[in-house]
Design a protein around this ligand. Structure first.
Ligand SMILES: Cc1cc2nc3c(=O)[nH]c(=O)nc-3n(C[C@H](O)[C@H](O)[C@H](O)COP(=O)(O)OP(=O)(O)OC[C@H]3O[C@@H](n4cnc5c(N)ncnc54)[C@H](O)[C@@H]3O)c2cc1C
Length: 495
């Protein structure tokens, strides 16, 4: 049936008429929080809401799938951003994370730990082993990791200045020794930094279970396990989604929140691509866990390497980098950039490759060596130096050139909205991002994010660039390396 959302895109919030049905593709942070926010808005009281998510073959029917970016042991929760708009939004989110009085509060039952965050950078960034990424037209000036850390420091100091209690918990660390003292493991990293004891980390999987429960309890959302293979369309209108088993789910508005997989469904024309990031997990003894109980999160923005305090005797080491791209030729081309365009030719798109679909997948050796380097630098305990990773993982960002999210109506297809482009930092917004997505659906996007989150590509720029280089200052490493290249280098080394 035709509604304002499907038959004509209303130009303003005043003219917005809620659609009678919404289909959300993907149940990660973006998808599930949007579902919850829709249910809580009176304006959508008559709207039927469906969430569809592809299943991990080993855990069919789970929401979200276990290889989603939103599912992991831990995620950093920080308002420490170089961009003041994200600092303010994260501050809003942190007020929710800190709620721990009742077991049902988001931050309760071990879901949130305010352990502090040590944010550091190196004076001289490590020499890149490949040509540094060229700066792209129209982007913010290229920042270094140290620039990012200093701008973030200014933003959190300004935020904390409104409350003496918060201010006392932010401290500059002007030297490697000061960083070592604050870290408390005997290790250090970076030449300058600060500690923000108002930041911390969340148990990501447990928080997603909490969010899923919140949505389920409303009784308003219909969950469908299934893999969307293509979007259904009639003329210039998207009318639903087709699943791999042939079923079709119809809706007046389709919200694609498929994380790093989004480019496989909608031609994003280089606005966001999947980049693979690496993680390693090491088992600890009870005594080691106890010794690290008070360590803060440490993130070096020049190397991208970070360690999150252990939980359940598992220590996580990770790298926030340009990441690997994974050019993939898809059987069903994504929805073209506009109805007047033919389906995109069989150009490869960077899409995730995960252990759920490739069980023998492991991280490239150069990445494992980098994680090992972080461990030795940040926790220099001989007993840990060579302890094998019990597990490694490739986890996929939906990366945009500026690191801004992509939350907007599609400019050329009626009935289509995208909520993606997480750029590796959206988890912390779990309690607030759904509300902002719904604001944007209602044509009332927050002014400070209107441009940042807008669909930016015109028809003239149609195409499927495989690579996007995120230049928000927080990334390290080589840009544009494919996962296959990195894995091939491993096998050459073994020969
Ligand atoms: C290694 C790593 C570390 C990170 N660290 C932090 C951090 O410290 N702090 C922070 O704030 N953020 C962090 N992030 C980022 C954060 O996890 C992501 O921004 C966020 O989880 C993205 O949520 P999403 O909903 O966009 O995507 P996802 O969580 O990936 O959800 C997408 C969902 O869509 C489903 N889907 C995909 N394709 C289809 C299809 N065709 N049909 C049906 N369903 C489909 C998937 O199964 C999945 O469940 C990190 C991310 C990674 C990978």
């Amino acid at each position: 049936m035709a509604t304002a959302a499907s038959s004509s895109i209303p130009p303003s919030a005043q003219q917005f008429l809620p659609p009678s049905s919404i289909l959300i593709v993907g149940s990660g942070v973006f998808g599930l929080s949007t579902a919850l926010a829709l249910v809580r808005r009176d304006a959508f009281a008559q709207t039927s809401i469906t969430v569809v998510d592809r299943s991990d073959p080993s855990q069919p029917g789970t929401f979200p799938s276990s290889d989603a970016a939103s599912v992991d042991t831990s995620r950093i929760i920080r308002a420490d951003y170089a961009d003041a708009a994200y600092t303010a939004l994260a501050d809003e989110a942190q007020a929710q994370w800190r709620k721990q009085d009742k077991p049902t509060d988001l931050g309760a039952q071990g879901r949130y730990h305010e352990a502090g965050l040590l944010l550091v950078g190196d004076d001289t960034p490590p020499a890149p082993t490949a040509a540094p990424p060229a700066s792209q037209d129209g982007l913010k000036p290229k920042l270094t990791g140290l620039d990012y850390a200093r701008m973030s420091w200014a933003n959190v100091v300004s935020l904390a200045s409104k409350d003496p209690q918060l201010a006392a918990r932010v401290r500059e660390l002007p030297s490697p020794d000061a960083i070592r003292d604050a870290l408390g493991t005997g290790g250090s990293s970076g030449s300058w930094g600060y500690i923000n004891n108002n930041s911390g980390w969340a148990n990501a999987a447990a928080s997603m279970n909490w969010l899923f429960d919140q949505v389920k309890q409303t009784g308003r959302v219909h969950f469908v396990p299934g893999t969307v293979v293509s979007l259904e369309r009639t003329g210039d209108t998207v009318t639903g989604a087709k699943l791999s088993d042939g079923r079709v789910l119809s809706a007046d508005l389709v919200v694609v929140a498929a994380g790093a997989w989004t480019g496989g469904l909608v031609d994003l024309a280089g606005q966001a691509v999947a980049t693979g990031q690496v993680l390693g997990y090491i088992d600890l003894t009870e005594e080691e866990q106890e010794k690290l109980a008070k360590m803060p999160v440490i993130l070096n923005l020049s190397t991208g390497l970070f360690i999150i305090p252990p939980t359940d005797r598992v220590l996580k080491i990770a790298r926030h980098a340009y990441g690997y791209i994974n050019p993939t030729t898809v059987t069903n081309p994504p929805l073209p950039l506009s109805p007047s365009q033919p389906p995109a030719p069989q150009t490869p798109i960077s899409l995730p490759r995960t252990a759920a679909t490739h069980p023998s997948l492991s991280i490239p050796a150069e990445a494992a060596a980098d994680l090992r380097r972080a461990l030795r630098e940040m926790i220099p305990w001989p007993a840990l130096h060579d302890r094998p990773f019990t597990k490694t993982r490739l986890c996929w960002y939906s990366d945009t050139p500026t690191g801004d999210f992509l939350i907007d109506y599609h400019p050329h297809w009626r009935g289509l909205f995208v909520a993606t482009g997480d750029s590796g930092h959206a988890f912390k917004f779990l309690p607030v991002i759904g509300d902002k997505v719904v604001d944007c659906i209602a044509r009332n996007c927050p002014a400070e994010f209107r441009e940042k989150w807008a669909w930016k590509v015109t028809e003239a720029k149609a195409g499927l660039p495989v690579n996007v280089v995120t230049e928000d200052g927080s990334r390290s490493g080589k840009a544009g390396v494919t996962l296959d290249q990195a894995l091939a280098e491993d096998s050459q080394r073994e020969v």
